[in-house]
Design a protein around this ligand. Structure first.
Ligand code: SAM
Length: 268
């Protein structure tokens, strides 16, 4: 797949295809990385949102948006995929949390007014769109002066296009090989949530089709600061020691490298 074919229309179409299974599996707690590691760490990292107007960028089917709403955020969720937003709205009807959902690109945010939000949150989505610097500029526009941006992405230094775990002959993890760090060619990754809880793999389920837009650490940091933000804090969270002892698949991320990067910045 070449660069030009992975535009926002292609990204939206891929996530439209993923939406039904994604929503079902995330809601059933099958995204164990999210449940055990990345989301609890993000909650400890992000600023307080109670009573604040908050936008969730690339909100998907809205599981995290609903969690933010339960913390008191007055939430708007935006996603490129109409199917994802359809799933989110369906859930909002069943379990109203006063969340507004918009179909659209976080690199545009055109239906939203300047300075409408106190906080912009995004979990594991900004790496999935083709125009990062456009996204940071659009986010800056919809935030009030002094408003906070807080996001998570796959760690650009470690989850590179040629990432591979290195193991010894007994299968113990020795380290992580990173490779092709500087390549920015978009590609499609196919994967499923692993059934690490021992439950059955659903027969016939197609893997998710995830367009990826690899970037370097400086791409992220410079796009944030070029859009007029002041970086307050970065975090490279580790799974807890207790979880690392319990689960070998988390122990690798405890011992060797962080899976995700968190950034907190304020609009200057
Ligand atoms: C890995 S999912 C994460 C969804 C959600 N934040 C979560 O943590 O469950 C990435 C999401 O980003 C959305 N996305 C990708 N590019 C986007 C863009 N330019 N604007 C808005 N959403 C986008 C996709 O449609 C998908 O729903």
């Amino acid at each position: 797949m070449t660069d030009t074919t992975l535009d926002e229309a292609a990204v939206a179409a891929a996530w439209d295809r993923n939406a039904e299974t994604w929503a079902q599996e995330v809601r059933n707690g099958l995204d164990l990385y999210r449940e055990l590691y990345t989301f609890p760490a993000f909650l400890s990292f992000m600023p307080p949102i109670a009573g604040k107007r908050v936008i969730d960028l690339g909100c998907g089917e809205g599981s995290n948006t609903r969690r933010f709403a339960r913390l008191g955020g007055i939430m708007t969720g935006v996603d490129l995929s109409s199917e994802m937003i359809g799933c989110a709205r369906e859930q909002e009807e069943k379990e109203p949390l006063e969340i507004a959902y918009e179909i659209g690109s976080f690199s545009e945010l055109s239906p939203l007014a300047d300075g409408e939000f106190d906080v912009a949150l995004s979990t594991m989505a900004l790496m999935d769109g083709p125009d990062l610097s456009g996204a940071l500029k659009a986010i800056s526009r919809v935030l009030k002066p002094g408003g906070a941006l807080c996001f998570s992405v796959l760690h650009p230094c470690f989850v590179t296009p040629a990432v591979k775990w290195l193991t010894d002959s007994a299968g113990a993890h020795l380290g992580l090989r990173v490779g092709r760090y500087f390549e920015r060619e978009p590609f499609i990754e196919y994967w499923r949530f692993s059934r690490r809880d021992g439950s059955e793999q659903k027969q016939g389920t197609e893997p998710f089709e995830v367009p990826r837009f690899p970037r370097t650490l400086s791409d992220y940091i410079n796009s944030v600061s070029d859009a007029g933000f002041r970086i307050v804090k970065l975090e490279e969270p580790r799974p807890s020691e207790e979880l690392a002892r319990k689960h070998d698949w988390l122990n690798r991320w405890y011992q060797h490298a962080p899976l995700v990067l968190f950034v907190l910045a304020v609009k200057a």
